[in-house]
Design a protein around this ligand. Structure first.
Ligand SMILES: [Zn+2]
Length: 80
């Protein structure tokens, strides 16, 4: 069974149309812009539970949407 993502611009669309990644807050103590970008690109919390994610509708409207998804059940908890 395929999972659908609700795009606010295109409606319910299959998961395969999107690329996604985890979004998390980088500690304010890291002030070097290069180090902050390194954290964004290569380090993840890999949360077992609800995490904030950015989804890019690459085969649709080509816009970003933000959701909170439970990584254990794949249930979308909240659209932002
Ligand atoms: Zn879309």
């Amino acid at each position: 069974m395929s999972m659908n993502i609700s795009c606010p611009f295109c409606g319910d669309r299959p998961l395969e149309e999107f690329a996604y990644g985890e979004v998390y807050d980088i500690p304010e103590s890291i002030t070097d812009p290069d180090e902050r970008n390194l954290d964004r690109a290569f380090f993840y919390n890999n949360t077992a539970g609800v995490q904030r994610e950015a989804w890019f509708h690459s085969y649709g409207c080509r816009r970003w949407i933000y959701i909170q998804r439970d990584t254990i059940t794949d249930r979308i908890v909240k659209h932002e």
